[in-house]
Structure formats: structure tokens, C-alpha cells
Design a protein around this ligand. Structure first.
Ligand code: TYM
Length: 333
């Protein structure tokens, strides 16, 4: 079957190894498979659910597009665009927010985490963010959505919204109910400083993550300082229980090397962490440094990046504006 792939990444700076291994690496693989139609969106409307500096935002939109291309997504073979250029996203989000139930949104764990203790001060956009995400996906009749594990709940909500809309407007199959594509292993990369916390753009410690713009020295330094435990490398996979840092570093190694965790454990069983860290740095430098260099090169050519985004937006707009007309007709406008 030919798959319609849609996914998005927020242009909020500090794109990191978690974004790469959990999502972007898979975008590239899907983009390379014949017959897949791929749309990759820089979700700038999502970014403004928390306060952004306008100049930084503009820079980060280009940097996210550059990261897609530098990672291996071919803009001739897929649509790369930014969300705010296609007005149907905002329109569909409003209509879908009238179908969504407050009870559904109240269950979203990411909102609770992001809003923190003072929920009253969070923006309404941050709360209704998953509805906009559903609009993104449903406007393109996407069949498959590659994401990291932290987006699973949002995709389940998207499926509920699609089904409720189809039901409410007696139009079975109007919205395709999309399938999440979440890898079984390595879909949740953890902080280098705390193996129980997700690697995140917003962690104040830069040492907690490998950024996709890091150079060789930065990568070496971060791996050197990455938290481990006092034991030797595990002898078998069961020994990873309650050793979150060892598990995370071995997972990063395995994902980059495209091998399963068992084989990586075997490769280093009983060795010192220092030997493993050396190999991990080598592999990270081999895989990430070329991406980092290419991002920097692309960022010097703003015109090129803007042209890719404009062309992508025009293509996306053709698809989305047709769908929004159909949505409006069903609603009775
Ligand atoms: P965002 O920008 O937070 O993250 C982009 C992608 O990276 C994945 N990811 C991770 N994967 C593994 N380990 C980690 N530590 C890690 N951190 C981030 C995320 O799961 C995601 O796939 N709401 C989305 C963006 C979005 C979207 C969409 C995605 C908007 N509309 C429609 C799919 C379809 C988000 O904030 O991702």
C-alpha cells in the first residue's frame, strides 16, 4: 500500500539526538521508500504556545528545515513546509476544537508537564495544542505518523477526534484514522545527565543533550561527562534493570548502529564504561557531525531555505485547502 506520511517538529531551537533518533531518522527512511508520499512540517504555530522571540523563531524555522534536509530528507521527493503558511491548519483546528471534549484534553500528560504547577497561567494554545496537531494530520489524509514515544497520547486523541467528527457528521471514512509509527525500541531517548528524564530542548543544562548542531569537541565533551553508574558494563540485558543511564547510552549506541540492544550489550559485556564511551563518541561523531556541518552550511543560504519552504507551502496548501472546503461543507458553512 502506498503510505501517506505526515509528521511535524517544533522550531523551538536545540534540536537534539532524541528528535533525531525518535523521529527524524525515521522520516528519512520513510522518505527513501518508494511509493511513500511524505509531508514534513515545521510546526511554527505549535511553537508559539509558549512565548517566543520573533527573531529567534524565524531563525529556528529555517534551522528546522535545514535539519530535515541535512539529515537526508530530499525536498524534491517530499513536501517540507511551515505550518503558518497554510491557513487551513488554523481553520481546521478551530472546527476540530468544537468536536473535541474537554475531558479528553484534560487527560493529556504533556500539557500537565509543560504547564507545570501554575496551570492557570498556561496559554489556551498550550492546552488545545493536540487539537491543532490532529488538524495537521487529518488535513492531509495521512495514513501513518512517525513520532517518538512522547507523542503517543496525542496521536490517540487525533484518532478519537477523527472518529467523532466522522460520526457527528455521518460521514464514515471522511477523515482517515491514522496509524502511529513509533519504534518498539529507542523511541524515548533520555537525558545524558539523568537516565530517568527525557532528553529535551528545554532542559537548562546543555550537557543533558547532544544537539544536532554540536561539533566534534562538543560531542566528545558531552559523552565524557555523561552520567554512568559505578558498575562495569552489563553482562546481559537483564542487568540493565534499574541502570537507566547504562540502558540509555547503550540504546543510543544501538540506534545509531542499527543493531539491537542485546548485540550492543554483548559487544561491551563486563568492560569499563570508558572503553564504551570512546566507541560511543566515535559513532556519534561519525553520524552526527556531518549533519551538524551540513546544517551550518545550509543556514548560510537563507534564500535557498526560504524557497524550499515556500514551494513546500504551496504544495501543502493545494492539498489542505481542498480538504478544508469539504470540512466546511460537512459542518454546514
Ligand atoms: P517535538 O517538536 O517536541 O518533537 C519532534 C519529534 O521528536 C520526538 N522526540 C523524541 N523522541 C525520542 N526521544 C526524545 N527524547 C524525544 N524528544 C522529542 C517527538 O516524539 C517528535 O516526534 N507535537 C509534536 C509536533 C507535531 C506533530 C504534528 C507531530 C505537531 N503536529 C503532527 C506529528 C504529526 C511535537 O511537539 O514534537
Amino acid at each position: 500500500m502506498n503510505k501517506k506520511i505526515f509528521s511535524g517538529v517544533q522550531p523551538t531551537g536545540n534540536l537534539h539526538l532524541g528528535n533525531y533518533l525518535g523521529a527524524i531518522k525515521n522520516f528519512v527512511e520513510l522518505n527513501n521508500q518508494k511509493d511513500n508520499e511524505c509531508i514534513f512540517c515545521v510546526v511554527d504555530l505549535h511553537a508559539i504556545t509558549v512565548k517566543q522571540d520573533p527573531k529567534e523563531l524565524k531563525k529556528n524555522i529555517r534551522e528546522t528545515a535545514a535539519t530535515f534536509i541535512a539529515s537526508g530528507i530530499d525536498p524534491n521527493n517530499s513536501i517540507i513546509f511551515n505550518q503558518s503558511m497554510v491557513s487551513a491548519h488554523s481553520e481546521a483546528a478551530w472546527i476540530l476544537s468544537c468536536v473535541s471534549r474537554i475531558g479528553w484534553l484534560n487527560r493529556m500528560t504533556q500539557f500537565k508537564e509543560k504547564a507545570g504547577k501554575d496551570k492557570e497561567k498556561a496559554s489556551i494554545g498550550l492546552y488545545s495544542y493536540p487539537v491543532l496537531m490532529a488538524a495537521d494530520i487529518l488535513l492531509y489524509d495521512a495514513t501513518h505518523v512517525p513520532v517518538g514515544n512522547d507523542q503517543k497520547q496525542h496521536l490517540e486523541l487525533c484518532r478519537d477526534i477523527a472518529q467523532k467528527f466522522n460520526n457527528d457528521f455521518s460521514s464514515p471514512n471522511f477523515f482517515k484514522v491514522p496509524e502511529p509509527l513509533i519504534q518498539k525500541q529507542f523511541s524515548r531517548i533520555m537525558s545524558l545527565k539523568d537516565g530517568t528524564k527525557k532528553m529535551s530542548k528545554s532542559d537548562p543544562s546543555n550537557l543533558s543533550r547532544i544537539n544536532l548542531t554540536d561539533n566534534k569537541d562538543e560531542i566528545l565533551n558531552k559523552v565524557k561527562k555523561a552520567k554512568t553508574d559505578p558498575l562495569q558494563m552489563p553482562e546481559n540485558i537483564k542487568n540493565l534493570i534499574e541502570r537507566p543511564e547504562a540502558e540509555n547510552l547503550l540504546s543510543i549506541y544501538s540506534s545509531l548502529k542499527n543493531q539491537n540492544l542485546e548485540n550492543s550489550v554483548k559487544e561491551f559485556e563486563g568492560k569499563n564504561f570508558s572503553i564504551f564511551k570512546e566507541k560511543l563518541s566515535d559513532l556519534l561523531i561519525e553520524k552526527i557531525e556531518p549533519i551538524s556541518k551540513e546544517i551550518k552550511k545550509l543556514l548560510n543560504d537563507e534564500q535557498y531555505l526560504d524557497a524550499i519552504l515556500l514551494e513546500g507551502s504551496n504544495k501543502a496548501d493545494k492539498i489542505a485547502s481542498k480538504k478544508i472546503i469539504e470540512i466546511k461543507q460537512l459542518v454546514g458553512f
